[in-house]
Design a protein around this ligand. Sequence first.
Ligand SMILES: Cc1cc2nc3c(=O)[nH]c(=O)nc-3n(C[C@H](O)[C@H](O)[C@H](O)COP(=O)(O)OP(=O)(O)OC[C@H]3O[C@@H](n4cnc5c(N)ncnc54)[C@H](O)[C@@H]3O)c2cc1C
Length: 473
Amino acid sequence: MKTYEEYVESMRDGRVVYYRGEKVKDITTHPILKHTIRFLGRIHHGYGLSEQQVKDYFFTHPESGQLLSKFYIVPKSSQDLMDRFQVTYNFTKDSLINIAHIGSDMFTAMQMVAVYMGDEYAKRAQAFSNYLIHNNPVLAGAQMDVKGDRGLRPSQQKDPDMYVHVVDENTDGIIVRGAKTHTSWAYAANEILVIPSRAMGPGEEDYGISFAVPANAKGIRMICRPAIEMEATKLEMENARLRTSGHFTEAMVIFDDVLIPWDRVFVYKNGAVASQLALAFALNHRFTAVSYRACLATFLVGITKLISEYNGVAKVSHIIKNIATLISYAEMQKVCAKMAAYECQIDPKTGIALPNPLYTNLGKLYSNLEHMNAKEAVIDTAGGMAITAPGGEDYMNPELRKDIDKYLAGSNVSGNDRFRLFLLLREGLGLYGGLEDVGELHAEGSIWPSVMELWRGYDYADIKKTILNFVKD
Ligand SMILES: Cc1cc2nc3c(=O)[nH]c(=O)nc-3n(C[C@H](O)[C@H](O)[C@H](O)COP(=O)(O)OP(=O)(O)OC[C@H]3O[C@@H](n4cnc5c(N)ncnc54)[C@H](O)[C@@H]3O)c2cc1C
């Protein structure tokens, strides 16, 4: 796992992965899933990056001498979080796809809360950290349970396996059962980190657990979400696949009585620490969300501005408003991410810096709520060609390319150049767009949890006092 080649080799370890109903023999040669390995290799090993990009996104760990992603720098200050924002933002920009480093978001939260479990757990977390800095495993983060009836608590479900829980323990470790779902790139990870998806109450101790487990452990099987297949365009097929359908999918990870050795158990039957972990991870991950989403939103600004120019409507008033809507969408998220880093909170026991909850949730909620408005601004500007442009094969046919060049010409732009922009837009809106719509609304948490965090966490005292001063006799 230390190098990209070792990582690829490590994927041939007997893991049980299903794709479109079939068991995958070797994910490194699978026509779709192999792209995930390249994508993760890019993030974890610098695969395919320039020398400068490797310098920008990696560092040599002082203890192990291992080249590691800068995402593994455990933030201890406002500046560390600001750097993390910038790395997420820039890496997303360089990749034209979101870089949501869930592994490090969860790793940092686990490192922090294990200390609250006591010395033995803190030692285990430290040992896992040593393993990470020496071996550079690719981590997936599995928080979301399948949850069954959302109106019921874990302990009230008809089937107790709706939330991952411990069913037995022995001298070797604990036995866990249940299923996590939506887990990004779990099938191509070396290790899956597992944490609770909600606060656990009294009587729910069996659900208050957290651990790390190799993706090929006995009893784990994974069912991948079918990747969104690209239209069969020959135009930049491999690049397009890297950006969209093939970059990664999510999986349902089923734990069928899996043994977790004690040294990989970081929280055990402790509802309070389990809740602390669920919240700390969510906060880290939402900060990541706002950081990459700010960048994704700038792509919409760029594409829409170019289209408005190509279509000759750049100075039309409602198009100007559309562009301003998109700029606000992008820059508001950037402001929230920077403020979250600037006004961070330092955990008193570990010195780990946590992003400011108010600005993190504000940015994430804004990104949830404004996503559809942003899309409307893009589509209104682009017109129907956002979806109806000819395909990549048409462009590859010399006869049809002449037609495309002539009939898709716009304002001071050739038909071919305008066509290529529409192809990128269709990829983003139509093919990848459905995934992005659901992702922007649910990945890194749905709307409601951020609403509740704002409502619960807001400091009302000062402003209530001010108001009361005005109205008192
Ligand atoms: C593309 C993508 C990638 C993801 N990657 C990961 C990953 O790598 N790891 C991971 O752990 N998760 C991942 N997620 C999961 C993500 O965190 C969840 O989708 C999100 O938290 C919502 O949970 P859910 O999908 O189960 O929806 P649900 O919980 O079913 O929510 C649907 C609706 O019901 C409401 N609701 C549900 N329960 C209650 C309740 N008790 N009270 C009030 N309202 C309720 C919600 O607010 C929402 O409006 C990913 C999701 C997506 C879309």
